[in-house]
Design a protein around this ligand. Structure first.
Ligand SMILES: Cc1cc2nc3c(=O)[nH]c(=O)nc-3n(C[C@H](O)[C@H](O)[C@H](O)COP(=O)(O)OP(=O)(O)OC[C@H]3O[C@@H](n4cnc5c(N)ncnc54)[C@H](O)[C@@H]3O)c2cc1C
Length: 465
């Protein structure tokens, strides 16, 4: 197994020539900070809405070298989150966000088709399965929300036999399928977007971390080591780094981590277990397992249970958390025992920008000329298209429907301050792991682990998808 700091997908997608760093004073109508999916889609939508707008994009490293180029590639249309969204925002606003998220996934399909971007987009459905009796309720709650809100077609019930027919694993119980969900090769999508933006005249500067951003008065001014940008408005799409930025997300994000392993091609095993339809699959744990296939028959398998403290460090030069990777590999083999003797070729990890509600947040900076977005909590690949559209509307001051979606929220819940967040987060993580291991083994979880695992819900910090 080889540790690839930036993940298998970037390696598969191939190298791109880096854009130059900013080395001058430039003016722009819209400044985008951050070349992950949120920033790239925001720039894309600005150019779609106002082709003449002068857009500058500043990326600290290279586009997609953060989480956007090394995630699982699951494109989530947020129907499994309808229940938690309606709890937070009410039924109609939640439905509007889920519909916009579905439009976002469909929009990624349309982008790839229209622009000739081969990002392996495949809309084969997003499946959630329960792997313990204690987790069945998670799926029932998701199904009940779609029924109660009048969109039963958004999720299809899967009996045990139906789930097994799509992908036979000894751990599966019953599940549900979101037919509108999809997968992509995330690094290929980043590269396709980056190329199309440059073709449309977006001025891209890489290796250009923004060191300071002044927001107020007539506009926004950003400084990098080599130059500056003066713009009418700005979008700050820097993922988990917003936690360290003195701004409104500073106390509204925590940074956890997730790790992925990928196997050598095993197409004959996929045939054997009937997993040839391309569905991506998650289980119903709070610290979620997630897995999908690739066109050459590999299985990519991730676990959302990485350490809290690792998150921040996994931003750029990622180190490998060997203990967590060993757990990920063990989970993979438990789901697919037929992999015995087959090689895991790559392993990597990355930071997760987690919000207390697990829902994305868009907030204005205090000066009102710039907007910051983050908080997807491991679910940004599909929703970033929608959030990017919202950011484009806000930047262009369009008072349209995307600018009013419920996640444009001036006051989302806060996270506990440090050091309680880290100490508490690690204790809670350990409690949840102990509780879920017991549940998966069919044992009654210990009282202490159960009590600790309940703390997040008690303090309003939602865990699980
Ligand atoms: C291992 C792993 C698996 C995941 N799996 C999935 C999945 O299957 N499906 C899913 O939906 N989501 C998944 N996610 C989450 C998903 O990757 C994110 O939600 C999404 O990529 C967020 O995109 P973003 O553009 O907001 O942030 P990022 O991708 O973090 O991009 C932010 C960019 O801002 C840049 N930046 C930071 N600070 C500055 C600065 N000061 N100046 C300039 N630039 C700066 C960074 O270099 C980075 O390129 C996963 C994440 C990880 C780590």
């Amino acid at each position: 197994m080889r540790h690839t700091p930036h993940g298998y997908w970037l390696e598969e997608a191939g190298a791109v020539a880096p854009a130059p760093p900013l080395a001058a004073e430039v003016d722009a109508d819209v400044l985008v900070v951050g070349g992950g999916f949120t920033g790239l889609w925001a720039a894309w939508h600005v150019k779609e809405l106002e082709p003449e707008a002068r857009v500058v994009l500043l990326e600290a490293d290279g586009c997609g070298r953060g989480p956007s180029g090394r995630n699982g590639g699951f494109c989530n249309a947020m129907w499994f989150q309808l229940a938690s969204m309606s709890e937070r925002w009410g039924d109609e606003p939640a439905l509007a966000v889920a519909r916009a998220a579905q439009d976002g996934v469909d929009g990624i399909a349309a982008f790839c088709e229209r622009e000739g971007v081969d990002a392996w987009f495949r809309q084969a459905g997003y499946m959630q399965v329960s792997t313990a009796a204690a987790h069945d309720g998670v799926i029932e709650r998701a199904l009940a929300a779609t029924r109660e809100l009048g969109v039963p077609e958004a999720l299809t019930v899967l009996s045990h036999a139906e789930a097994m027919a799509r992908c036979a694993s000894p751990l599966f119980r019953a599940g549900a399928l979101s037919p509108g969900g999809a997968t992509v090769q995330p690094a290929r999508l980043v590269h396709g977007l980056r190329d199309r933006l440059v073709e449309r005249g977006v001025e891209l500067f890489e290796s250009s971390p923004v060191l300071a951003l002044r927001d107020g008065g007539a506009g926004v001014e950003a400084r990098t080591a080599g130059g500056g940008v003066r713009a009418g408005t700005a979008v700050l799409a820097i993922g988990g780094a917003a936690r360290n930025w003195h701004g409104p997300l500073h106390d509204r994000l925590s940074v956890a981590s997730s790790h992925i392993v990928i196997t050598e091609p095993v197409p004959e095993l996929l045939e054997e277990i009937g997993w040839t339809g391309g569905e991506c699959v998650i289980d119903a744990r709070a610290l979620v397992d997630y897995f999908r296939t690739t066109p050459d028959g590999r299985i990519a398998f991730g676990w959302g249970g990485g350490r809290i403290a690792m998150g921040a460090r996994l931003g750029g030069r990622s180190e490998l958390d060997a203990e967590v990777v060993a757990r990920v590999a063990a989970h993979l083999h438990a789901f697919f025992p037929g992999l015995a003797g087959r090689a895991i070729t790559h392993a990597w990890g990355g930071p997760i920008d987690a919000s207390p509600t697990h829902l994305p947040m868009v907030l204005p900076l205090p000066g009102g000329r710039a907007f910051v977005a983050a908080g997807y909590t491991g679910n940004g690949v599909g929703p970033s298209h929608m959030v990017g559209r919202t950011l484009a509307s806000l930047a262009l001051d369009l008072r349209d429907e995307p600018s009013r979606l419920a996640f444009v929220d001036p006051s989302p819940p806060r996270v506990p301050p440090e050091p309680f967040q880290w100490i508490g987060g690690e204790a809670i993580r350990a409690g949840i792991i102990a509780k879920e291991n017991a549940e998966l083994a069919g044992r009654q979880p210990g009282r202490v682990a159960s009590a600790v695992a309940k703390i997040p819900e008690l303090i309003g910090f939602h865990i699980g998808r």
